[in-house]
Design a binder for this molecule. Structure first.
Ligand code: SF4
Length: 376
């Protein structure tokens, strides 16, 4: 158990100081590419020998970004822009910006005007992702991104390099899935905060090294004796569920995470990239199979069906929707997805979060009341 704690602490340390990971990569002579959510082809940067560096916002107060975005834009984008404006991301050689929600559509222009020094790589992918034309569009866009990355890297990137990078990412996704399953079996050893950190660390580390760390950790978790758990188990859904305060509230209420449908977590690793002769086509085809994210075109809201299935498979006591404040796609999804959860008779709690929040007492009261209701 001590070894498990030690390994989890190391991954928590990575998340506590991503800047150190960035400096280490730069010291090794690597160029680093910032990657905003969602579904950017970061494998292409990896294939070029560069280090993708996840930009999922930060717990901080913002000032300068308010000159570019109104207050009612999500804190994820406000805080990434704030870091850029403060020069905290000047060591990046570029940032990938997808164009998949209204707020992200303006991000590249704000960044270019306000930060300027770090070039923007626009990433478009087709919303009609199950049509051949949609897949072809995404493939062509990813090839365009590849060209920009080649310019930044200063050398060409071969299909063999891309295939190798896809393999690294697929192995990482498999390791993440195994870890998530082991963590669900051992809530006594993996707290909600530790689970989150082990997953999130991959956005700042070399993916191959992250895979090695997770595989060792999972082996040690699987070797632990079967645990009895008298707490509650929930499935989380949303964009982000990495707020230290909220995760601590779950821990305080003896609530474990049985599985998730969080964009930063399982949505990233639930499906692999298929192996195809043209590796970029495989990356585009991966879109056809991704489910459970509000930024994806999802007729009939399969997200709700998947969530219900996840909760049933995990024998969860309920679902926790971690609602990112001012996120339009999440708010649009809420009503149709909630209807499906209600129809399945699964208890749901929704807690609104914001990376600039300092007072979590309202969230604490809601979680406590939810836990009491589930235990009754
Ligand atoms: S999807 Fe939501 S959280 Fe993500 S960038 Fe857009 S508004 Fe922000």
């Amino acid at each position: 158990m001590n070894e498990v704690k030690q390994m989890l602490a190391e991954l928590e340390a990575v998340c506590a100081d991503p800047k150190k990971q960035l400096s280490d990569a730069l010291t090794q002579g690597k160029k680093c590419i910032g990657v905003l959510p969602y579904f950017c082809p970061e494998e292409l940067a990896y294939a070029a020998g560069m280090q993708p560096f996840g930009l999922w916002g930060a717990e901080m107060q913002v000032n300068d970004s308010k000159r570019y975005y109104p207050a009612f834009i999500c804190s994820l984008l406000h805080t990434v822009l704030e870091m850029g404006l403060k020069g905290m991301l000047n060591d990046l050689s570029g940032i990938m910006v997808p164009i998949c929600c209204d707020s992200l559509k303006g991000f590249g222009a704000n960044w270019q005007y306000g930060v300027g020094t770090v070039p923007v790589i626009d990433v478009a992918w087709a919303q009609n992702r199950r049509l051949d034309a949609g897949t072809e569009f995404t493939r062509a866009q990813f090839r365009k991104v590849l060209g920009q990355l080649e310019e930044i890297a200063g050398h060409s990137i071969s299909d063999a390099d891309i295939t190798a990078a896809i393999s690294v990412y697929n192995k990482n996704r498999a390791a993440l899935r195994d870890f998530s399953a082991a963590a669900a079996r051992h809530p006594e050893a993996v707290s909600p905060s530790a689970r989150c950190a082990a997953i999130k660390a991959g956005y700042f580390m070399d993916r191959a090294k992250h895979t090695e760390a997770l595989q060792t950790l999972t082996t040690k978790l699987n070797a632990l004796p079967e645990a009895s758990w008298d707490g509650l188990r929930v499935v989380t859904t949303g964009i982000l569920a990495d707020s230290p305060a909220l995760l601590q509230i779950l821990e305080d209420n003896h609530i474990a995470i049985a599985d998730d449908q969080i964009a930063q977590e399982s949505v990233f690793f639930r499906v692999d990239t298929p192996v195809t002769d043209d590796p970029v086509l495989g990356m585009a085809k991966r879109f056809e199979t991704i489910e459970g994210c509000s930024v994806l075109f999802d007729p009939g809201k399969q997200r709700g069906n998947e969530l219900v299935e996840l909760a049933k498979a995990a024998h969860a006591d309920g679902i926790l929707w971690v609602m990112t404040k001012f996120c339009d796609p999440e708010e649009y999804d809420y009503v149709p997805v909630k209807r499906k959860i209600d129809a399945a008779g699964i208890p749901l709690l929704t807690v609104e979060v914001d990376q600039q929040m300092v007072n979590y007492e309202q969230a604490r009261s809601a979680v406590e009341a939810f836990a009491e209701m589930l235990r009754a």
